[in-house]
Write a protein that binds this ligand. Sequence first.
Ligand code: CAA
Length: 240
Amino acid sequence: MARLALVTGGTRGIGEAISLALKREGFTVVANYVGSEERAQAFRERTGIPAYRWNVADHQACLENVRMIEERHGPVDVLVNNAGITRDATLLKMTFEMWRDVIEVNLGGCFNMAKAVFPGMRERKWGRIVNIGSINGQAGQYGQVNYAAAKSGIHGFTKALAQEGARYGITVNAVAPGYIDTDMVAAVPADVLEKIVARIPVGRLGRAEEVARGVVFLCSEDAGFITGSTLSINGGQHMY
Ligand code: CAA
């Protein structure tokens, strides 16, 4: 039977590309989203992938929705923690809410979702967890103390959980995308983005599908000896 993969923030941007790539690879895919109902409905119709709405920052909602998904679709074998937001501002202008929201969604979401799926993976002695970090968690980024801290936290979370999962056939890895051609990056002011792209050795933004290929590999049977690692997909912008 096909393995079930759950992708958070899986109906847009990098998450959508991951959902589609996993489906193409033969996984049964379920996506989570929190934003626009209309866009999610278009995604369901376009891809045939079921999508469920809840906020990954809400611990109880994660537990309840994973339980519901497991009842409807079967046990979750693969979790891709992709849901993430930005609230960019320099520290002087960043409010407490901008800090809190980014930490709770980007980092808290990984904890909440892992709590929901890890016990089942452990019992079945097989699991793949891929957390989407960021070049900005590795290198820092002006105007992103919240995002850089959350993404950097994801890298530590990955290495710690990898140690806990290893004996049970559960691998936990991170993918660290650089600047990818998505709505999130399009929101960066054009003059700032131009300077960033000028520093990417490959000379362009990445494509969501290029990140998805890396995620699919880490979710495969073949990747069973890779755990606690970070795969950087950033056009050479930061060599870590
Ligand atoms: N290093 C040093 N100084 C910098 C700088 C940098 N990287 N960027 C800006 N500055 C300076 C500016 O030159 C300016 O100096 P002056 O006042 O002397 O002219 C000062 O800092 C203020 O800059 P801004 O006018 O840009 O400040 P702002 O408050 O209007 O905006 C900002 C600040 C919101 C952070 C804006 O610069 C911005 O959006 N930057 C992009 C942040 C970014 O890369 N976000 C990534 C989003 S995508 C993502 O996160 C996905 C992923 O994982 C990669």
